[in-house]
Ligand binder design. Structure first.
Ligand SMILES: Cc1ncc(COP(=O)(O)O)c(C=O)c1O
Ligand SMILES: N[C@@H](CCOP(=O)(O)O)C(=O)O
Length: 462
């Protein structure tokens, strides 16, 4: 399969190079040139299969030029073996026609583990085969960073540097990043918010001298492999609820737009998804854009759902690429305007296409807390603030079609917010019981490209 940049000016690549490259050299994001469509019978046959088997069938066509089928199957098995639930992504019923997809049974208790554990396997295989080594940089509002550090800790062929916004992640998230002692993983606390961290990561990719010297790679959802691995659980959830014989809807707590874009990819592959609902917190640029057509970056306001404190939503570029019918020049122009003026207006045609693809809703801080408390009382389910935003928005879209809300993180990652809402302090699973006793290793760094690159240059293995 061939992968092209959303901006149309970067080399066309196969899967392995796309995965190892991260951001395209024209600043765009790689997307598959064509998406394989599964037949009704192929989708029906997925119902009841183990998660790993569904993962193989869904992802295989995308990676076929990079990995032999048996090798890829073994990577998938290893990736999910450490999950704390046999179903990997179990469904729980919340009410009539409303289901929760629990995506927090991986090693760092957030949905990021689904992709990151597999990417760790794929990077290791590819780099060993090529005799190569890379420097992975990532920006995190808390969950991507911990999942990446967990997936790559101790691997010979990679150094990992994760930029997180100082003081703006939960204590559990920070400690998951700062307590691993392996010499190849590094948590850098940047003075700024998530958008600053993400902008500096993109700056590093656009600094070709640095990029080529350190062999830069990325594991944020700019990396298409991240999005691909997240497509799988849309299929397992939907087929468990009757797809393809009946449609299913999904509501997705959204920040960088990777997870919900994976849902749209599942839909393009033939999964009958009726509604795909974007749920945002008060950092609501996506909801505003889908409502008004104006994509305008505001201040990032800290919230009790810190992982979604994002205004510049990376993967929205992939959605725009589709909404503008693959017109790379149009996408480039919008991204240039974003950089120069802090926003852009989506054309009428593209806005109509986006609205046909996604619905949206926004949840305030009080509503988030009320949803955590209300669902605990009514259903016994303890939600993390991000999942609570999802279920609150989903309520406005319930109907005859089953609705699945993605529970993107475990409540124990955000104990203060959950306790404030319910009076209950969720405990970490026993395997992480000593997280607060481990030593932390933190490097503070300015929100400055040269300073960050200097830290990476000095620290990475030569
Ligand atoms: C717990 C949690 N929920 C939701 C999101 C939003 O997901 P996405 O960025 O893929 O839209 C994130 C971070 O990205 C997250 O960490
Ligand atoms: N919420 C994310 C932000 C980064 O998103 P990504 O999916 O692009 O890696 C986080 O927890 O870091």
């Amino acid at each position: 399969m061939r992968y092209i940049s959303t901006r149309g000016q970067a080399p066309v690549l196969g899967f392995e190079d796309t995965m190892l490259t991260g951001l395209a050299r024209d600043g765009g994001l790689y997307v598959p040139e064509e998406v394989p469509v599964l037949s009704h019978a192929e989708i029906a046959a997925l119902a009841g299969l183990p998660y790993e088997e569904v993962a193989l069938r869904i992802m295989r066509p995308f990676v076929a030029d990079a990995f032999a089928e048996d090798d890829f199957a073994a990577m998938i098995d290893r990736a999910y073996a450490g999950f704390g639930h046999d179903a990997r992504a179990p469904l729980v019923q919340l009410g009539p026609n409303h289901f929760l997809l629990e995506l927090f049974h991986g090693p760092t208790l957030a949905f990021k583990d689904f992709a990151m554990q597999l990417i760790g396997q794929m990077f290791e295989t590819s780099l060993k085969r090529r005799g190569d080594r890379v420097t992975i940089v990532g920006a995190t509002s808390g969950d991507t960073g911990s999942a990446a550090i967990e997936a790559f800790r101790g691997l010979d062929a990679v150094d990992v540097f994760i930029l997180y916004p100082h003081g703006r992640v939960s204590d559990v998230q920070r400690r998951q990043m700062t307590t691993p002692s392996e010499a190849n993983v590094h948590a850098l606390a940047i003075a700024g918010h998530f958008d600053d961290a993400q902008a500096r990561v993109k700056d590093m990719f656009n600094d070709f001298g640095f990029r080529d010297r350190v062999g830069l790679a990325g594991v944020n959802s700019i990396n298409f492999a991240r999005v691909l691995a997240q497509v799988v659980y849309y299929f397992t959830a939907a087929t468990a609820l009757g797809a393809p014989h009946r449609p299913v809807s999904f509501t997705v707590p959204t920040g960088n737009f990777g997870d919900i874009f994976a849902g749209h990819l599942a839909r393009r592959m033939g999964l009958p998804i009726e509604k795909l609902v974007v749920a945002t917190n008060q950092n609501d640029i996506l909801h505003r854009c889908l409502t008004t057509g104006e994509y305008r970056v505001g201040e990032v306001t800290p919230s009790i759902s810190p992982s979604m404190d994002i205004q510049v939503s990376s993967n929205f570029e992939r959605a725009l690429h589709l909404a503008y019918d693959g017109d790379g020049a149009a996408v480039s122009q919008l991204m240039d305007e974003l950089r120069r003026t802090g926003g852009f207006t989506v054309s009428q045609g593209a806005l109509q296409s986006l609205r046909e693809t996604y619905a949206s809703g926004r949840v305030s801080e009080d509503e988030t807390a009320a949803a955590i408390a209300g669902y605990r009382t009514r259903t016994g389910q303890l939600l993390c603030p991000h999942g609570a935003i999802g279920v609150r928005v989903a309520e406005d879209h319930l109907g005859a079609t089953p609705m699945v809300t993605l529970a993107t993180a475990h409540p124990a990652k955000f104990p203060d917010a959950v306790e404030a809402a319910t009076g209950l302090r969720p405990a970490l699973p026993p395997r992480m019981g000593d997280l607060f006793e481990r030593d932390e290793r933190i490097t503070r760094v300015a929100n400055d490209l040269a300073a960050i690159e200097a830290v990476i240059d000095e620290t990475r293995a030569a």
